[in-house]
Design a protein around this ligand. Structure first.
Ligand SMILES: [Zn+2]
Length: 229
């Protein structure tokens, strides 16, 4: 996958594959032939991508699955010691719920470390297909999930320089509020704050100001401001 293909791709699975060493030519050179499966983004970022994709259909979930989803956000930040409340035994949710969608959704949310993001995204897709009518713009949903991946990962072909002096108190407060609330309407204001502090990086400012962007917790620009891995 080239940089242009990464930017224009509307299939989140293709982007996820590119981040894994299933991709024969990963851009960062992490791949060691014969080594264990390695990802080019860390577990936290992968869980934030997966949880954000699941949250796209939160309204379809029963309370038990919604609780798991909320736990998954916290697991990503190690707030729960990387533990989710798992189903007590295999097939438990299948007996609890009639809807196959619900079972898939719950199982998607339950994926634990090492989180198989590709399997999770495919579970999410099956769940959304099963629960939505054909009138749903399926291509749009996939494109949005691809945007989620790009928002969290950034540009894997480029190592962005971030000067800590740009992370002023104003910028950090804005980023933390968006991180906590998962509401990202203030991204253009964050761009202004970064620019006021001397940031002229086009990638950072364009990501904040893109009117069509979808931002989620773990957004690479907010993570840089907050000093998160
Ligand atoms: Zn973003």
């Amino acid at each position: 996958m080239t940089e242009l293909e990464w930017e224009e791709c509307d299939d989140p699975r293709a982007l996820v594959l590119h981040m894994s060493n299933r991709n024969p030519r990963p851009p960062w050179g992490f791949y060691i032939p014969g080594s264990e499966f390695r990802w080019l983004v860390n577990e936290r970022k992968r869980r934030l991508i997966g949880t954000a994709c699941c949250a796209r259909f939160e309204h379809l979930l029963p309370p038990a699955a919604r609780d798991l989803l909320h736990s998954s956000w916290r697991v990503a930040d190690y707030a729960l010691g990387a533990q989710l409340t798992l189903p007590p035994r295999p097939g438990f949710f299948r007996r609890q719920f009639q809807s196959r969608c619900t079972v898939w959704a719950i199982e998607a949310v339950c994926h634990l470390a090492p989180l198989d993001l590709l399997a999770l995204i495919e579970d999410v897709q099956r769940a959304v297909i099963a629960e939505t009518s054909e009138s749903v713009a399926w291509g749009e949903e996939m494109a949005t999930q691809a945007q989620i991946v790009r928002c969290v990962v950034g540009n894997p072909f480029l190592r962005t320089h971030f000067d800590r002096a740009w992370a002023t108190d104003t910028a950090k407060t804005l980023a933390q509020q968006m991180y906590d609330s998962r509401e990202f309407g203030a991204m253009p204001i964050l761009a202004d704050a970064l620019q006021d502090a001397g940031c002229e990086n086009d990638d950072i400012l364009a990501h904040c100001r893109d009117p069509h962007a979808t931002h989620v917790r773990g957004c690479w620009v907010c993570d840089l401001v907050l000093g998160k891995a």
